[in-house]
Write a protein that binds this ligand. Structure first.
Ligand code: NAD
Length: 369
């Protein structure tokens, strides 16, 4: 199964780990293998200056191990900046399990994975990502406390997707205000690519505001059901990037903003849940800027889930987490304005803010690890 991790990232087979384009000062990369269960997993700890490295586990049927490695490297780095820009005392990490979640995921495999996570002693805290469910987190919790996104019945914060969807919705509204002068979504044409856990709830928020939605997904059952429930249009073709829409919300896989898609885009706002939307951060954020497209940085607007999970680590209330998630609206507006003022890309502006927080913590000497 192809998951485009980075279109510019041809594996460097001479320097298999530190030589990857996605390698970026990562602190630790751990490979796990279990013969009995067939578990093959990689954990990437990018940065732990602000706190323990937190990030979900993705179970995906990668074409090859290079794709899995590059995915975990890119995703864990993204988590560092997501936590930092959101003001959370967490570092960035991520895990991938190589395998098909629909056919190869078993309770025994999850427990074994949990034991591996436990062996890291809390340096890495896991959670859900694509291919994983709250139920899996509950199973992992049986063998380790170093897991978040556990169900509410088991004392956790539950499925993070509704909070992620709320944050994306707030970021999307802010970017719409910046681009069009008003955040009113009534009548706006919006393409939602991927109507899974996050995409579906985002569609609900958007239709509640009177937006006109087109959905696209490879899961035929999901598009049929969601189209009926929320009265949306469906687009099945591969020509989705050239659709005549105002806003594009990528909520499936990463790297959809690339050399192929950007020249075709008619949308003037991009805001979605997918991680690592820019195939090449520098080049493609610049191309979007040149086309006059307002790009709401992914790691900023999709932070609602991690903000909700933060309740399991710091003693903050559910309502406080909701307010922090709603505040993504203000942070997005600030970052978009900062980018405009400094004539830099919106991605760079968000990145600068996050990096400043990490640098300040380093300078203060209050590093928790
Ligand atoms: P999900 O697995 O529930 O949904 C993803 C959807 O995308 C599925 O319906 C799938 O069929 C569809 N899809 C996959 N490949 C596609 C393709 N080529 N074209 C169209 N559709 C395709 O995942 P999710 O939890 O909804 O997360 C969506 C994205 O947001 C992921 O990139 C994830 O990493 C990111 N994200 C999720 C959360 C969260 O709280 N769940 C938080 C932050 C970021």
């Amino acid at each position: 199964m192809t998951l485009r991790t980075n279109s510019t990232n041809t594996p460097n087979k001479i320097a298999p780990v530190f030589g990857q384009n996605s390698f970026n000062k990562h602190e630790e990369i751990v490979f796990f293998n279990d013969e009995e269960t067939g578990l093959k997993a990689i954990v990437g700890i990018h940065n732990s200056v602000l706190g323990p490295a937190l990030g979900g586990t993705r179970m995906w049927n990668y074409d090859n191990e290079w794709d899995a490695l590059n995915d975990v490297l890119r995703l864990s780095r993204g988590m560092t900046y997501k936590a930092a820009v959101s003001g959370l005392d967490l570092g960035g990490g991520k895990a991938v399990i190589i395998g098909d979640a629909t056919t190869q995921k078993t309770d025994i495999l999850m427990r074994k994975f949990g034991k591996f996570i436990h062996s890291l002693g809390g340096k890495y805290l896991t959670a859900e990502d694509m291919g994983m469910e709250t139920r899996d987190m509950d199973i992992i919790r049986e063998v380790t406390p170093y897991v978040t996104g556990v169900s509410e019945e088991k004392g956790g914060s539950g499925n993070p997707s509704p909070s992620t969807a709320l944050g994306v919705f707030m970021g999307l509204k802010a970017a719409t205000k910046f681009q069009f002068g008003s955040d009113n979504l009534n009548g706006k044409k919006i393409l939602v690519q991927g109507v899974g856990h996050v995409g579906e709830i985002l569609v609900k928020h958007l239709t509640d505001e009177g937006a006109s939605i087109i959905i696209n997904d490879i899961n035929e059952e999901a598009i049929e059901r969601i189209s009926k429930t929320y009265n949306t249009k469906i687009h099945r073709g591969t020509d989705i990037y050239s659709l005549d829409v105002d806003i594009y919300a990528p909520c499936a896989m990463g790297a959809t903003l690339n050399d192929y898609s950007i020249p075709q885009l008619k949308a003037k706002v991009i805001a979605g849940a997918a991680n690592n939307q820019l195939a090449n951060e520098l080049k493609h954020s610049k191309l979007l800027q040149e086309k006059g497209i307002t790009y709401a940085p992914d790691f900023l607007v999709n932070a609602g889930g991690i903000i909700n999970i933060y309740r399991e680590i710091k003693n903050i209330s559910k309502i406080d987490a909701i307010h922090r998630t709603e505040n993504i609206y203000n942070t997005t507006l600030e970052i978009l304005a900062m980018a405009q003022k400094n004539e830099i890309t919106t991605h760079q502006a968000a990145f600068n803010l996050a990096q400043k927080r990490i640098n300040d913590r380093k300078l203060s000497g209050e590093i928790t690890r």
